[in-house]
Design a protein around this ligand. Structure first.
Ligand SMILES: Nc1ncnc2c1ncn2[C@@H]1O[C@H](COP(=O)(O)OP(=O)(O)OP(=O)(O)O)[C@@H](O)[C@H]1O
Ligand SMILES: [Mg+2]
Length: 418
């Protein structure tokens, strides 16, 4: 879609312009301005180069969210200062998540010390109304406002979905920033509803959207708070703000990447390939690299141990899934000879379910292999092990859990309306 033609200006805000795309009626182009503002626009300065930094920051953050499976409006970058997104009717609410108490929270809650930790993160919502300084709104106020956007009404169900999604976005970015030892203190996002009536994380996410404290130290803050705190704005301290934003944009290259971890699916017989392919399909969807091998612990013991040595020696983080029916020797033999995690996933046939499962469960003492029968479950178990050291896999698992939550909610709404 390099052929897009800029259409008319839909809206110009404080920091960006939104254009229609003449040949893509459901999309729009968001162009950043070289301007920094705070206090609902009361403080505002030109800052050359800010648009490019902000756009690149936004592209990297939304790239990470899209890759994890979060539903967002972001489509793709369009030059250094713009990106293409799904055109939305915007929900006029700022959705805030806080891990630690600071800033306006402290003023509204005297007595709570700065740094008070919220587990789970605290969620707050503010109605977007610059003239009245974005008043805080409850869920009930949002529901009672009865917003109708792109053919859908914002009811309790939609509010629940947006709150869960807000939490997911925060947690994904918090885990990602932890890779660079940076604490995500709080952040805000916005939602829009696209032409299909789908609720999407929209607007932009950049250094204006969060508080980010390297090493968890407020004095090292790298976000827009530095600008908000300036009593006397000089060219020199504007440059400091810009350098901080640039630093964040560069760090995001590390934050948005991680090696693709492996799951090796070993089958005792090629007749079990279909079961293994099913595990591989789910593992790949969760961001794992899946490899299939054939080896029998009973009939090819030496080969089995040699294959194991290959993965032991690879230096990679590998989870092994052993697929063997009847008497499962494969999983226990692997497990007794490695510290890599081993998951048994015996392919079950109706004539031998009890015996097949039993040989995977009742293993000799000294072995720590686990058993997960269903192929999707085995892939999920492998991904959960990898998620402990890989934030991208963690993000996909979390996004999948949200999508399960949304599907159940939608099904409930459908039946409720019958
Ligand atoms: N995908 C989208 N489709 C349509 N409009 C969008 C989209 N993403 C963001 N917008 C809107 O673009 C407008 C301009 O953005 P900008 O952030 O500059 O506005 P602003 O002056 O900060 O006002 P606001 O307080 O509403 O954010 C905002 O009203 C925002 O809601
Ligand atoms: Mg805005």
């Amino acid at each position: 879609m390099a052929d897009y033609k800029l259409g008319k200006l839909i809206i110009e805000g404080k920091t960006k312009k939104v254009y229609e795309l003449a040949n893509y009626p459901t999309l729009c182009l968001l162009e950043s301005k070289d301007r920094i503002t705070a206090g609902d626009g009361a403080k505002s300065h030109a800052l050359e180069g800010k648009a490019t930094i902000s756009t690149s920051t936004n592209n990297k953050v939304f790239g990470l969210l899209n890759q994890a499976g979060v539903k967002t409006a972001f489509i793709k970058p369009a030059g250094p200062k713009a990106f293409i997104a799904k055109k939305c009717e915007m929900v006029p609410i700022e959705w805030v998540t806080r891990r630690q108490a600071t800033g306006s929270f402290l003023k509204r809650h005297p007595g709570v010390p700065e740094g008070y930790r919220f587990n789970p993160p605290l969620q707050e919502t503010f109605y977007k109304d610059d003239a009245n300084h974005d008043p805080q709104w409850s869920d009930q106020q949002i529901i009672s406002a009865g917003f109708h956007l792109s053919g859908i009404k914002i009811t309790k169900d939609e509010v629940d979905i947006m709150k869960r999604t807000t939490l997911l976005v925060f947690e994904i970015l918090e885990k990602a920033w932890a890779v660079r030892n940076c604490a995500l203190i709080d952040m805000k996002i916005e939602f829009g509803v696209d032409a299909d009536g789908e609720i999407l994380v929209a607007d932009i996410i950049d250094s204006d959207s969060w508080r980010l404290w390297p090493c968890g130290d407020k004095k090292l803050m790298k976000d827009k708070q530095v600008y908000r705190d300036l009593s006397n704005v000089t060219q020199q301290n504007l440059e400091t703000v810009k350098c901080n934003f640039q630093w964040v944009e560069e760090q995001l290259d590390y934050v948005t990447q991680a090696p693709t971890p492996s799951v090796v699916i070993l089958m005792g017989s090629p007749s079990d390939e279909a079961h293994c392919q099913e595990i591989a399909k789910h593992a790949t969807a969760l961001g794992l690299k899946a490899q299939l091998r054939v080896c029998s612990a009973h009939k090819g013991t030496e080969d089995t141990l040699n294959i194991l040595a290959e993965y032991e020696g690879s230096g990679e983080n590998v989870v092994l899934i052993a697929v063997a029916g009847r008497s499962n020797g494969l999983g226990p033999v692997l497990s007794g000879n490695t510290v890599l995690p081993v998951i048994n996933s015996p392919p079950l046939r109706s004539d031998n379910i009890e015996r097949s499962v039993w040989s995977s469960l009742d293993v000799p003492s000294g072995l720590g292999c686990t058993t997960v029968v269903h192929p999707e479950g085995a892939a999920l178990a492998a991904a959960q092990i990898h998620a402990m050291h890989n934030h991208l896999v963690w993000a996909r698992l979390r996004a999948k859990q949200l999508s399960n939550f949304v599907s159940l909610k939608r099904a409930d709404v459908k039946l409720r309306k019958l």
